[in-house]
Design a protein around this ligand. Structure first.
Ligand code: PAF
Length: 288
């Protein structure tokens, strides 16, 4: 397994691979890997085959964090990530630093960003208005540096995947977007590097996200023809906000492709929510 830090070295290698018709899959991550990330690696491997190449990028991208967010304390453990990647059969870790990804930014010499203008306005974009501009920019850059034929993302970041899929289409990236299912802890909590921030009691409280989705699913089972959104939002919000350490940030029912808010909760609608548990903000979603 190779570890590459320099952007130009990554791109030179990617160009060589392209010349020799190597199949390449990219798994973009911010590191502090867990079983969810490893499932993306396995999906990448399954798709490119044993002779293909799986590149996993590790980069805590500052442009997707607002100044008050957790950039400086975002968990990092490169040695452990490296071991996990080796075991999972990653061929190349691309781990650039800020100067490699945003050369000259500190000196005001970096000024190009990629912005998706519609799908990112609400939900995560409502609470984190600059977040997706950072995500689309860094992913577009990773695509140009690694030149993969496919890239694998996790379904937990549902809105991110929808926006990146739109970016790939709108900007004609010759890249297949693959979205792999969310991996959960045995008790239902979606795996996330941010779960590390939770205290023992917050970890228990965090189950309100998956429980809230279960409540919505049960309500829909009792009303298979659908029911008005408020009839689901109210009980789920009550359950979440009844936990002293939990505060609902948003709960929405949207079309899975256009992200348009729905008036009725029907089978096939995407339920998506964000909840503060203590100071940690967690997200989850499910197709009902
Ligand atoms: O989902 C993530 O971990 C990040 O948003 C991504 C796609 C690696 C971009 O920094």
């Amino acid at each position: 397994m190779k570890v590459i830090h320099a952007a130009d070295a990554m791109q030179r290698l990617a160009l060589q691979w392209r010349k020799s018709n190597q199949r390449v899959a990219l798994v973009p991550t911010m590191g502090y890997l867990h079983a969810g990330h490893l499932s993306l690696v396995h999906e990448a491997r399954r798709r490119v085959g044993p002779a293909g190449l799986v590149v996993l990028s590790i980069y805590v991208n500052p442009t997707q964090f607002a100044p008050h967010e957790d950039l400086s304390r975002y968990p990092r453990d490169f040695a452990r990530d490296r071991q996990l990647c080796r075991k999972a059969g990653v061929d190349v870790i691309f781990a650039p630093d800020n100067e490699a990804m945003y050369p000259g930014k500190e000196q005001g010499q970096y000024s190009t960003f990629v912005v998706e203008e519609v799908l990112g306005r609400e939900l995560e974009g409502g609470t984190r208005p600059t977040h997706f501009r950072g995500v689309t920019t860094v992913v577009a850059k990773l695509f140009n540096l690694v030149l993969p034929e496919l890239a694998v993302f996790g379904a937990k970041d549902f809105q991110q995947s929808a926006i990146l899929r739109r970016m790939v289409k709108d900007l004609n990236f010759p890249i297949e977007m693959v979205v792999a299912p969310t991996v959960r802890e045995p008790d239902g909590l979606a795996m996330s590097s941010r779960n590390k921030y939770l205290s023992r009691s917050e970890r228990r409280t965090a189950l309100v996200l998956s429980y809230g989705m279960e409540v919505a699913r049960r309500l829909l089972l009792r009303h298979p023809g659908g029911l008005p959104v408020q009839k689901v939002v109210d009980p789920v919000a009550r359950i979440i906000n009844s936990q002293p350490a939990a505060r609902l940030d948003y709960l929405a029912f949207v079309d899975p492709l256009t992200l348009q808010p729905q008036k009725r909760v029907r089978p096939g609608v995407q339920m998506t929510l964000a909840v503060f548990v203590g100071k940690t903000r967690l997200i989850d979603n499910t197709r009902l």
